[in-house]
Design a protein around this ligand. Structure first.
Ligand SMILES: CC(C)(COP(=O)(O)OP(=O)(O)OC[C@H]1O[C@@H](n2cnc3c(N)ncnc32)[C@H](O)[C@@H]1OP(=O)(O)O)[C@@H](O)C(=O)NCCC(=O)NCCS
Length: 153
């Protein structure tokens, strides 16, 4: 049984490869190695022996808002519930932190909608969210869909 764990420094190279494999296919945004190292505490992984087969991150933006990002499951391991487990781990951590709202920006809105997320106009997200967008290769033509999830008090 594959379990979701917090990431370790030694996982970063593989997480970077996994995320950027899908970014090259335009399925998600790329992340530089430096950003993953700097935010290593945000990341969850699923291991299979020495291999990282899935990852996701919860990044705190402000007092009332966190982002779920970089949800990636290796092709050979998809369809086994790992994506769901990773999002659930992020939501659990958000709840433990006392975070009322979580959002994501994605090309796969239907995956998140099944989990209770609802779509909203990107422009309704606070300006703070756009702080890192200038580094995005797609800036300023963001074509991701924004979704939001409200955690119970
Ligand atoms: C999207 C992704 C994270 C899903 O991970 P996964 O481990 O295959 O998903 P799960 O096995 O947990 O799937 C759970 C459910 O989600 C559904 N699902 C999977 N991908 C979906 C998608 N793109 N759209 C809608 N539903 C999807 C599955 O059919 C399954 O439904 P079921 O429980 O009714 O059978 C994975 O396909 C992936 O890493 N894709 C490439 C990167 C990417 O697009 N990330 C998106 C977020 S930025």
């Amino acid at each position: 049984m594959n379990t979701v764990e917090k990431a370790r420094i030694s996982d970063v190279t593989q997480m970077h490869q996994l995320i950027n494999y899908f970014a090259d296919k335009d399925e998600m945004l790329p992340r530089p190695l430096s950003e993953i190292y700097e935010n290593i505490r945000d990341y969850f992984v699923v291991r299979q022996g020495e291999r990282i087969i899935a990852c996701a991150a919860l990044h705190v933006m402000w007092s009332d808002l966190a982002e779920i990002k970089s949800v990636a499951v290796a092709e050979g391991s998809q369809g086994q519930g790992l994506g769901d487990q990773l999002v659930e781990a992020c939501l659990k951590e958000a709840k433990e932190l006392g975070m009322p709202t979580v959002f994501c920006l994605t090309y796969k809105p239907a995956f998140f909608e099944r989990l209770g997320f609802s779509q909203l106009d990107k422009m309704e997200l606070p300006r703070k969210v756009w702080g890192e967008c200038y580094r995005c290769p797609k800036f300023p033509d963001c074509d991701e869909v924004a979704l939001i999830y409200h955690l119970e008090a």
